[in-house]
Design a binder for this molecule. Structure first.
Ligand SMILES: Cc1ncc(COP(=O)(O)O)c(C=O)c1O
Length: 499
C-alpha cells in the first residue's frame, strides 16, 4: 500500500473541512439549501453579520496548514485582487478599518512629501461631526487639528456648503470623511474644493465598498477623471466610479458587519499616486524604509549600500526607519478568507441594495413618524427609484444600513423604538457615535486641550442624527421573512402609539 503523502493528507483534511463546514455552517448562507426555519421573536435578526460558506472555511484551513501565518502570498494576491476590483494603483491590507484610517492619515505626514503638501502638527483637516470615531481619531493621534462641519441629517453626510467657511489658508491641508452607511458624500463638491485649495482627500470607504458615484463627463474631466471603474459599462453622459477611487487615499474595513469580512481586517487604497504606497507601507510596517515582502531580502538590490540619516554607510536597509511607524499587518489566513469573500462581493452588493429597497417600500407610508434617508443628490424616493437634483451627479448606494430618523413630533423616540426592536430580537444601531463632540472623549479633550480641535459651524444636523437616527441592517444574510418581520414589527409599534 503506497504511503500517504502530505498532499494527499492535505486534500483529505480539506475535503473533511468542507463537509464539516457545510454541516455546521450551511444554514448561515442565504442560498443554502438547508437553512434553519425562521421563527419570529425567537430567531435573531442581526443588523449585520458574516455571510460565508465552505469556501472561506476551507481557504482558512488550507493556509493555516501551510503555516506561513504572517502576511504573505495570500495577502499579496488579495491586495492585487482588491486593487483590481476597485481600479486603484495599490491596496495594502491592514488589521482593521481603524488601522487603515491611521495608516492613510499618517501617510500624509511623511517627510518624503513636498513641504507644501505634508501635514504637520497643528495643520488642520476638515471632517464631519457625526460618525464613527476612528475616522477622526488619527487626525488627532498624528498631531493635526480636526475641524468639524455639520452633517446633513437626511443623507448623514457632510454639509458641503460649509467647506469654504472651514478653510484657513496655509493651515488646512486635507479633508477626511466617511461615506456614511454606504451613502457616498457629495464627491463633486468636495473634490472641487480640494482641487481649488490643493488639499488631500481621504475617503473613509469602510462602510461603502461597492457604492458608485457618477458625475457628468465634462465636470469629471475637469477634475481629472476620464474612465469608469473596472467592469462598469461606459456611459456617454457620465463617468461612473466606485467610492474610494475619487480621492487620494481611501480605506476599507473587513470587520464582520462590513461588505466583506476577514474577521478583523482592512485596507488602504492608494488611488493614483504610486509613491504614497511606499509611505503607507512604511507606516504599516514598523516605519521601515525597506520595502521587502515578508520573508524576502534585498528587493532593492542594494541592501548593504544605503546611507540614510546619520547611520554609517552600508547599514542593513532592513533595519533603517524613516517614519515613526506601527505594525498593523493582518495574518495571511485572514487574506485567504478575504479572497473568497471578494468573489462573492458583487452578489453581496446587489443583496444590500435589494434589502434597502424592500425595507423602504415596506415602511413607505410611515412618513408621519419617520424621515427616511436619501442617497446624496436624490431629492425624493419613489417605488423603484429616486428623483435627482440639478447637479447631474448621482449615487448608487451599496448600503451598510437602512437609516431613518424618528420625527421630533412622533409619540416615541429612537431609543424607545430601539429598545422595542431589541426585545423582538431585531438588531438595530444608532448612527455610531452620533455627534462625536458630545462624547466623553471630546468633552474631556475640550477641557484638557481646547486647541486640539475646532468646530467650524453650528452642528444641528449632527445633533439631530444623535437624537433621532436609528438603522436596521441591509446585510446579505437577511431573508424576505426577516425583512417582513422587521417591517411588521415597526408598523405594529407605530400603531400601538396611535391607539
Ligand atoms: C466609517 C467607519 N470607519 C472606520 C471604521 C473602523 O473599522 P474597524 O472596526 O475595522 O476598525 C468603522 C467601523 O465600523 C466605520 O464605520
Amino acid at each position: 500500500m503506497p504511503s500517504t503523502t502530505s498532499e494527499q493528507l492535505k486534500a483529505e483534511i480539506l475535503r473533511l473541512t468542507r463537509e464539516y463546514s457545510e454541516l455546521m455552517h450551511g444554514a448561515n448562507h442565504p442560498g443554502a439549501q438547508r437553512r434553519d426555519p425562521f421563527v419570529p421573536k425567537a430567531t435573531s435578526v442581526p443588523y449585520a453579520g458574516r455571510v460565508f460558506d465552505a469556501d472561506e472555511v476551507t481557504a482558512a484551513v488550507a493556509t493555516t496548514l501551510d503555516f506561513w501565518l504572517t502576511l504573505g502570498p495570500q495577502g499579496a494576491a488579495m491586495e492585487k485582487e482588491l486593487a483590481g476590483f476597485l481600479g486603484v494603483k495599490h491596496s495594502l491590507l491592514v488589521n482593521s478599518g481603524s488601522s487603515a484610517n491611521l495608516v492613510a492619515f499618517a501617510t500624509l505626514t511623511s517627510h518624503k512629501l513636498p513641504a507644501k503638501r505634508r501635514v504637520m502638527p497643528g495643520d488642520e483637516v476638515i471632517t464631519v461631526a457625526a460618525g464613527f470615531p476612528t475616522t477622526v481619531a488619527p487626525i488627532l493621534q498624528c498631531g493635526a487639528v480636526p475641524v468639524f462641519i455639520d452633517n446633513d441629517p437626511v443623507t448623514g453626510n457632510a454639509c458641503v456648503d460649509q467647506l469654504e467657511g472651514a478653510f484657513v489658508e496655509g493651515k488646512t491641508k486635507a479633508v477626511m470623511m466617511a461615506h456614511t452607511l454606504g451613502n457616498p458624500f457629495d464627491l463633486g463638491a468636495v473634490l472641487e474644493f480640494c482641487r481649488k485649495h490643493d488639499l488631500w482627500l481621504i475617503e473613509d470607504n469602510c462602510d461603502a465598498l461597492g457604492c458608485t458615484y457618477s458625475m457628468p463627463v465634462e465636470r469629471a474631466k475637469q477634475l481629472g477623471f476620464t474612465e469608469n471603474s473596472p467592469g462598469i459599462p461606459p456611459s456617454d453622459t457620465h463617468i461612473i466610479r466606485y467610492t474610494g477611487t475619487w480621492g487620494d487615499i481611501s480605506t476599507q474595513s473587513f470587520y464582520p458587519p462590513h461588505h466583506l469580512t476577514m474577521g478583523e481586517g482592512g485596507a488602504v487604497n492608494i488611488v493614483h499616486r504610486p509613491p504614497l504606497k511606499s509611505y503607507a507601507e512604511s507606516f504599516r510596517d514598523w516605519g521601515r524604509d525597506c520595502w521587502c515582502a515578508s520573508g524576502v531580502d534585498n528587493t532593492c538590490g542594494k541592501r548593504f549600500q544605503w546611507q540614510l540619516g546619520e547611520l554609517p554607510e552600508g547599514y542593513d536597509h532592513k533595519y533603517i526607519y524613516s517614519h515613526l511607524g506601527y505594525n498593523l499587518k493582518p495574518l495571511d489566513p485572514q487574506a485567504a478568507i478575504g479572497r473568497e469573500q471578494l468573489k462573492k462581493l458583487p452578489a453581496f452588493i446587489t443583496a444590500r441594495k435589494t434589502n434597502w429597497e424592500y425595507l423602504r417600500a415596506g415602511l413607505a407610508d410611515l412618513q408621519e413618524f419617520f424621515e427616511f434617508s436619501l442617497p446624496t443628490h436624490a431629492t425624493r424616493w419613489h417605488h423603484g427609484g429616486f428623483n435627482w437634483d440639478e447637479t447631474g451627479c448621482q449615487t448608487d448606494c451599496s448600503w451598510f444600513g437602512f437609516m431613518l430618523r424618528v420625527r421630533p413630533e412622533a409619540p416615541f423616540t429612537h431609543t424607545s423604538l430601539g429598545r422595542h426592536l431589541d426585545d423582538k430580537k431585531i438588531g438595530n444601531r444608532m448612527l455610531f457615535g452620533g455627534n462625536l463632540l458630545r462624547q466623553p472623549v471630546f468633552v474631556q479633550l475640550r477641557k484638557d486641550r481646547p486647541e486640539s480641535f475646532r468646530v467650524a459651524a453650528p452642528l444641528p444636523g449632527a445633533d439631530s442624527l444623535m437624537k433621532s437616527a436609528i438603522f436596521l441592517g441591509t446585510y446579505p444574510g437577511l431573508t424576505v421573512e426577516m425583512l417582513d418581520y422587521e417591517i411588521e414589527t415597526i408598523r405594529a409599534f407605530t400603531r400601538s402609539h396611535c391607539a
